[in-house]
Each structure stands twice: as C-alpha cells, then as structure tokens.
Write a protein that binds this ligand. Structure first.
Ligand code: ATP
Ligand code: MG
Length: 195
C-alpha cells in the first residue's frame, strides 16, 4: 500500500464528489474588497474571460479621480462591451457633496439599465463601494436592483470597505489583504501594473 497514492485517491474522490454536486448555473454576485491590491485588475480579468467567450459585458467605473488606465484604453471600444465612466469623466472630489451625490445618483440610473439588460452576461461595477460609503447611493435601493437583475447575469463589485449587507448578498467574496505595497517604499504607480 502506497500511503501517498492512497491519500491522493481519497482526496480525488472528495474533489470529484464536490464537482458533481456543483451542477447548477446561476448569475453570480462577486465582491472583491479589502485593502490589498488586485480588486479591479481581477474584475478586468473576468471582463477578458467573458468577452473571450463572446459574452456581452457592461463596465461602470465609479472613479475617485480620473486617470487614463491601460484597461480602459484596451477594452473601451471592444465590440460587445459597454464602458461607462460615471461622474462625467471627472473627479467626484469636487468639494461639492451635493453635486457629487447627484452625479452618483445619475450614474446609478445608467447602471440600472445594465442591470435590466438580459443580453449582458457580465456587469462590473468598479469602485461601487466608494459612493456607497459616502452615502451618495442608497444601499437598500442598490441591493434591490442587484437582486432583481436577470437570473443568469454575473455581477462583479469592487472596492474597499464593502458593506456587510453586500457581503451577505454575494455568492463569492474575496478580501485582498495588504501585506506589502511598493508605494510605501516610494515607488509611484507603474504603467501596466497599477494603471
Ligand atoms: P488594482 O487596480 O491594481 O487591481 P485595486 O483595485 O485592488 O488595485 P484600488 O483601491 O482600486 O485597488 O486602488 C487602485 C490603485 O491603488 C492601483 O494603482 C493600486 O496599485 C493602488 N493600490 C492598491 N492597493 C494599495 C495599497 N494597499 N497601498 C498603496 N496603493 C495601493
Ligand atoms: Mg480598484
């Protein structure tokens, strides 16, 4: 008896059973949160995957500050992709909270259109936690719109400090943990890595 083979065979049986159990299709709500790097870049990796399968994709960025990113340059005009930069493409931090809140609400109306469109197989709401934490968007309304989306539409939400109710509603939650970041050693944001 080879103990290694024996152990691997038992492990394989467990994995096979778990795979056999997971036999449903469902539009998933994924939340990528935490202080570590990798939330948005993971979301854009899923955009590439979905487009690669010929799916239609919607992206909405609730940006803190306007920055020309590689992902926007690469993805923006792809067929099958709708890319919204909410807030009119300028910063939210206008020192005018009433105006910022109004922009966020107008932005959410455009997101609602995406969340009602069954043709979109994947929707990404990048940095949605920011306007939520600022109180510009109503969490109850956001959760209701999320729940009411087409049953097979996947939805990815990124941003630090995701509210507990969003984590509860989600199917898959990943917390990026900040162990080290080059910025703290004095390295500025690098093209191809950070933007
Ligand atoms: P990325 O877009 O690289 O996946 P992210 O979405 O996880 O990062 P955000 O909070 O959206 O993180 O911040 C985006 C920018 O801030 C990126 O340039 C990223 O490298 C940088 N960043 C992310 N986490 C940290 C950190 N812990 N310290 C310093 N800079 C960070
Ligand atoms: Mg991000």
């Amino acid at each position: 008896m080879d103990p290694y083979r024996d152990r691997m065979q038992r492990k394989k049986a467990i994995v096979d059973a778990a795979i056999a159990r997971a036999d449903r299709d469902q539009g998933l709500l994924l939340v990528l949160t935490g202080n570590g790097k990798g939330k948005s870049s993971s979301a854009f990796g899923m955009v590439a995957r979905a487009l690669g399968h010929g799916m239609k994709v919607g992206v909405a960025q609730f940006i803190k500050g306007r920055r020309d990113t590689g992902e926007e340059a690469f993805f923006r005009d792809r067929p099958g992709l709708t890319w919204l930069v909410l807030g009119g493409g300028f910063t939210w931090e206008t020192q005018d909270p009433v105006h910022d809140a109004e922009l966020a609400r107008q932005g959410w109306e455009r997101v609602q259109e995406m969340l009602r469109d069954p043709a979109l197989g994947l929707v990404v709401l990048d940095e949605l936690t920011y306007p939520l934490r600022q109180g510009w968007l109503d969490l109850g309304q956001v959760l209701a719109d999320i729940q009411a989306r087409p049953p097979l539409q996947h939805l990815v939400i990124t941003g630090r400090g995701a509210p507990e109710a969003l984590l509860t509603a989600a199917d898959t939650v990943t917390e990026m943990r900040d162990i080290k970041h080059a910025f703290r050693a004095g390295v500025r944001a690098q093209k191809g890595v950070d933007l």
